[in-house]
Design a protein around this ligand. Structure first.
Ligand code: UDP
Ligand code: MG
Length: 325
């Protein structure tokens, strides 16, 4: 079997402080993998410059000139981690058989790459890197991140617990990913949606060795919000349920108010007002909820996600055979 071509895709935003060290470590890793014949010598590391404001791009150019093991593409402006990653994946899939995505700061242990490649050899199309321990993350980051994964589960989103964007995917998986035209990207939710056989490898998440996080709280919250609203219409359904609950309560209020009314100790007009407020409130919420249900449908239609993906076909050669006849 011909050795597989591996591309490692790394989005970089203002990463001049870490790029040299990352390059050094990845060079060692890639060369040892090539030597062990685990990957072809055409394999490369692809940096994606996400419109950095510092010297990141100049550095990528320099690294590429020194060593053709490293290559790069640059976005026209900063578009955020997910878009930069997608740009890299879509470019890399044209040139490679397997693609691994990771961050520039090497927080994800590069030694897990060996195991990922072994899993690919065993026949898996997607290998998720999962953080076994987050001791090095701050208490705040750890609890909010883990809480988020649990919350996504409650909302019915198929998400791999404690998996970020450190993953291996084969060319054919990324070709299917290309069919997902949505603009609000939440890649870690899209891969489970695509399917194919997948597995996980565990690694310990390290500290960022230089520079600071490019995901400040505001970006993190935005990202979490994108994840929820791009994958779940449950919040809309929640309005409907709330409406029904309020309508139900309004029946109770009605009975209570009428009893008070007929036993006499009420101010005039109170019965009418209290019943109206609850009933109209419930009615409005239910109506908004019903509109929400339709908006939810419109929303999933506009995403135009593929309805199915065929993984295997016993007669894959059918057309070829019949055309040559
Ligand atoms: N990143 C990017 N564009 C952005 C923000 C971040 O390409 O707008 C990249 C960044 O260079 C890094 C990765 O996304 O390679 C993850 O960012 P970071 O390590 O700062 O996030 P954290 O590990 O703190 O969640
Ligand atoms: Mg990081």
């Amino acid at each position: 079997m011909k050795d597989r071509v591996l591309y490692i895709v790394i989005p970089c935003y203002n990463e001049e402080e870490v790029l040299q060290e990352t390059t050094k470590q990845l060079k060692e890793k890639m060369n040892s993998l090539i030597q062990k014949k685990k990957i072809s010598k055409d394999s490369k590391v692809m940096y994606v410059n996400d419109g950095s404001k510092d010297k990141t791009w100049e550095l990528i150019e320099k690294i590429h000139k020194q060593d053709s093991l490293f290559t790069g593409i640059g976005l026209s402006r900063n578009r955020g981690h997910q878009n930069a990653l997608l740009a890299g994946l879509m470019t890399a899939k044209e040139r490679a058989d397997v693609i691994i995505s990771m961050d520039a700061d090497l927080q994800d242990d590069i030694n897990a790459i060996d195991e990922m490649l072994d899993k690919h050899q065993e026949g898996y199309d997607v290998v998720y890197g999962v953080r076994s321990a987050r001791k090095k993350d701050s208490f705040f980051k750890r609890t909010t991140a883990e809480g988020f994964y649990k919350f996504m589960k409650v909302l019915g989103v198929d998400c791999i617990y404690n998996h970020a964007d450190y993953r291996l995917a084969t060319k054919r998986v990324l070709e299917e990913l290309e069919r997902y035209k949505e603009v609000n990207l939440f890649l870690r939710g899209m891969f489970p949606l695509i399917g194919f056989s997948s597995t996980v490898v565990y690694y310990e998440r390290k500290e960022r060795f230089a520079g600071e996080s490019k995901y400040p709280l505001k970006k993190m919250l935005n990202f979490a919000w994108d994840g929820i609203t791009s994958f779940s219409i449950k919040p809309l359904r929640f309005i409907c349920i709330l409406g029904f609950i309020v309508l139900f309560i309004s029946i109770g209020i009605m009975i209570y108010s009428l009893i008070r009314h007929f036993t006499g100790n009420t101010v005039s007009g109170w019965t009418f007002l209290s019943i109206s407020i609850w009933f109209i409130g419930g009615l409005q919420l239910t109506s908004i909820g019903i509109i929400g249900e339709y908006i939810g449908k419109v929303y999933s239609e506009t995403k135009a996600r593929p309805r199915f993906i065929i993984e295997k076909d016993l007669e894959e050669t059918y057309e070829k055979v019949h055309k040559t006849k």
